[in-house]
Design a binder for this molecule. Sequence first.
Ligand code: NAI
Length: 210
Amino acid sequence: MEKEISQAVIRRMPRYYRYLNELLEAGVERISSNELSARMHVTASQIRQDLNNFGGFGQQGYGYNVQYLHDEIGNILGLNTTHNVIVIGVGNLGQAIANYMNFEKFGFRIVGLFDVNPALEGKEIRGIPVKMLEELPEFAKENRIDIAALTIPKENAETTAVMLASLGVHAIWNFAHVDLDNVDNMIVENVHLSDSLMRLSYSIANGNDN
Ligand code: NAI
C-alpha cells in the first residue's frame, strides 16, 4: 500500500467488516453510503472518506456492492487467510475464548491450549486438549502458530511473550493486565475490557446516551 493509512481508519475497519458481514447474511447485495451510514451511526461522508483510503469501492448512483466491499475490507484486514491461534492460560477467560466458535467464521482457528496447572492437563475444549506449557516448543516446531492469546496473570506475561518470540510466534492477543509493548519482534494487540467499562462509566457520568 503506497499511502500510510491512519490507525483511526484501521480501527474502524473491523466494524465496517462486521456490518457488511451481517448485510451479506441478510442477503443484501448493495447498499448506498447513506443507508450504511444510518445503520452504522457514522456519517456518510466519514464512510466515503474512510473507504477512499483504499481506493473507494463505491460507484456514484449505485452505492456499494456489499460482497465486493466485504471481501476488499477482509483483504485489507488480512482475513483472506486462516490464522492459527493458541491460547496460553486456560482459566476462566482462556476457556471462554476457546469455547467461542464465532472467531472461526473470520478465519481464526484455535489449534492449541496451554497452561501450567497440571489439573488442567488433558481437559478438552471443543476437542482440543490442554497441554502443559513445557510442550509448547515441540508443538511450535510441528504446527504453524500465527497468534497467541495470552490469558494469564500479568506477572507472567512478559516472560511468556519473550519465549513466544523465541519460538517464532510474532503476534500476541494480550489480555493480561499489562501493556506488552516492549517485546522485540512482536506485534501486540492489548485488550482491556476494563478500559471499555471505564469509557461506559464516563458516558454514564456525562449523560451521553447517543
Ligand atoms: P484464571 O486464574 O481463571 O486463569 C489463569 C490461568 O492462567 C490459570 O489456569 C493459570 O494456571 C494459568 N497460567 C498462569 N501462569 C501461566 C503461564 N505462565 N503459562 C500458562 N498458563 C499460565 O484467570 P482469568 O479470570 O482467566 O484471567 C486471566 C487473566 O486475564 C488475568 O490476568 C486477568 O486479570 C486477565 N483478564 C483480563 C481481561 C481483559 O479485559 N484484558 C478481562 C478478564 C481477565
